[in-house]
Write a protein that binds this ligand. Structure first.
Ligand SMILES: NC(=O)c1ccc[n+]([C@@H]2O[C@H](COP(=O)([O-])OP(=O)(O)OC[C@H]3O[C@@H](n4cnc5c(N)ncnc54)[C@H](O)[C@@H]3O)[C@@H](O)[C@H]2O)c1
Length: 373
C-alpha cells in the first residue's frame, strides 16, 4: 500500500484529494492546522469524514512547527508528498500579508526540508494561476515568463516555485508544481465567489460584482482537479541525466527533475454568465452591486491544460452548469436550506458527493450548529 502525506487535508482541495486517494487504495496521512481563515467547523467536518476511513490519520498542527512536521513525516514514511496547505485567498493578502509569509514561505520551506530528509520519491506542490499576474497572452502556458505577480499571495506562490526548483536541483527531488485555476465544487471555500454568491442569492442579499462584471475565470471543478493530481502522482519528472524522449510543450526544467503543470478547464467563462447560471440553479435573481476593479485582481484567467493531457491522457471536462448545480445541491443539503431552482429536487445523498461508503452526511449534519454564512 502506498502512503501519501497530504498537507491541507482539512481544506477544500486536500479533503477531496484525500478521499480520492483512499478510494484508490492509498494510506493517507493528513496534516492541517485547521486555521480560522474561514469557518474551522467546515474543516473539522471534512477531517471527521476522512477519519471514517481506516487508512486515514491526521496531525492537526502548523507547518511552521518544524519539530511536529518532521516527526509526522518520519512516522508516516510516505512515498509521495502532496503539499496543499497554504494561506490561500488573493484579497486577504492585502489585509494580512504576514499570514502568507508565515505559512507560504516558512511553512513551504519546512516542507521542502522534510522532503529532502525523507528522500521523497515525488513531491507535488500547489501553486496558482495567480502567478501569471499581469501576463496578457492567453491561454496561459506553463512556459511563459511569470515575473509580474500582483499580490503577495501570488508572490509567495511564485517564491514556492523557485524554492522547490532549487531543492529539486540540489537534492534531486522529483517535483511537480501545479498551477490551479479557480477551483469550485461541493465542500468549497466560503471566501470564494461561488459560495458567496449562492449564500447571498438564497438569503436575498445583494452581491458585489467587481470590475463592473468585466471579468472572466477558468473555473475548474474540484473532482476534475483531484483526478488530475492523482494521475500526476504517477508521472514524476525524470532526473536530468535519465531522460529519453521529450514531451511536446513540456515545462520540464533543464536543470532539475522539476515541472510546472496547469490544471484548469481550458475555458474562460465571463463572470456575468457565471452569475446567470447560479441564478438559474437557485431559481431566483440575485441583486448585483457593480463595483470597480479590486486592488491586485486580474480581469481574466484561462488555462492551457494541454500539458496535463499529454502527461496523463486526462482533460478536465465538467461543464460549469453541472458543477454549479452540484455545488448548490451540496450547499442546500449541508446548511439545510431550500432552493427554488433545479437544485430543489435534491438527489439522494449519494449523488451529492458520491461519498458513501465512507461517510453519512446526514449523521454528520445532525452535529453541526452553525447557520448559513
Ligand atoms: N481553491 C482554489 O481555487 C485554488 C486556486 C489556486 C491555488 N490554490 C492552492 O491550492 C491549495 C489548497 O487550496 P484550498 O482551496 O483547498 O484552500 P483551503 O484554505 O481550503 O485549504 C488550505 C488548508 O491549509 C491549512 N493551513 C493553512 N495554513 C496552515 C499552516 N500554517 N499550517 C498547517 N495548515 C495550514 C488550512 O487550515 C486549510 O485547511 C493552496 O495551496 C492554495 O493556495 C487553490
Amino acid at each position: 500500500m502506498r502512503t501519501a502525506f497530504v498537507t491541507g487535508s482539512a481544506g477544500f482541495i486536500g479533503f477531496h484529494l484525500s478521499k480520492l486517494l483512499l478510494e484508490e487504495g492509498f494510506r493517507v496521512v493528513g496534516y492541517d492546522a485547521l486555521t480560522d481563515y474561514y469557518d474551522p467547523a467546515l474543516k473539522r467536518r471534512r477531517h471527521a469524514m476522512l477519519r471514517q476511513h481506516p487508512h486515514f490519520s491526521a496531525h492537526e498542527a502548523r507547518l511552521e512547527d518544524m519539530e511536529t512536521l518532521a516527526a509526522a513525516c518520519r512516522e508516516a514514511r510516505p512515498d509521495v508528498i502532496v503539499h496543499l496547505a497554504a494561506q490561500a485567498g488573493v484579497r486577504y493578502s492585502l489585509e494580512n500579508p504576514r499570514a502568507y509569509v508565515d505559512t507560504n514561505l516558512v511553512g513551504a520551506f519546512n516542507m521542502l526540508e522534510c522532503a529532502r530528509e525523507l528522500g521523497i520519491g515525488h513531491l507535488l506542490m500547489a501553486s496558482t494561476s495567480s502567478v501569471y499576474g499581469a501576463n496578457e497572452i492567453m491561454p496561459f502556458d506553463e512556459r511563459q515568463k511569470v515575473d509580474t505577480q500582483l499580490t503577495l499571495y501570488a508572490a509567495t506562490k511564485k517564491a514556492n516555485e523557485s524554492m522547490a526548483h532549487s531543492y529539486a536541483h540540489i537534492w534531486k527531488i522529483p517535483t511537480t508544481m501545479f498551477r490551479f485555476f479557480t477551483v469550485y465544487g461541493p465542500w468549497g471555500r466560503p471566501d470564494m465567489a461561488l459560495f458567496k454568491f449562492v449564500a447571498a442569492g438564497l438569503e436575498g442579499r445583494p452581491i458585489e460584482v467587481y470590475n463592473h462584471g468585466q471579468m472572466a475565470r477558468d473555473f475548474t471543478y474540484v473532482t476534475d482537479l483531484v483526478r488530475g493530481i492523482r494521475l500526476l502522482i504517477d508521472v514524476p519528472p525524470p532526473q536530468v541525466d535519465g531522460r529519453r524522449e521529450a514531451i511536446e510543450g513540456d515545462s520540464l526544467s533543464a536543470a532539475a527533475p522539476y515541472r510546472v503543470v496547469n490544471i484548469g478547464n481550458s475555458e474562460s467563462v465571463p463572470l456575468l454568465e457565471f452569475i446567470d447560471r447560479i441564478e438559474e440553479e437557485i431559481g431566483r435573481p440575485i441583486e448585483r452591486t457593480y463595483l470597480g476593479m479590486q486592488k491586485g485582481d486580474v480581469p481574466a484567467t484561462w488555462a492551457d491544460a494541454s500539458l496535463l493531457e499529454r502527461l496523463t491522457g486526462y482533460r478536465p471536462n465538467t461543464p460549469v452548469r453541472q458543477g454549479i448545480r452540484e455545488f448548490v445541491r451540496w450547499y442546500c443539503d449541508y446548511y439545510g436550506v431550500k432552493s427554488a431552482g433545479p437544485g430543489k429536487n435534491r438527489p439522494g445523498r449519494e449523488k451529492v458527493m458520491a461519498m458513501p461508503p465512507m461517510a453519512d452526511i446526514s449523521a454528520l449534519r445532525s452535529t453541526q450548529p452553525e447557520a448559513a454564512p
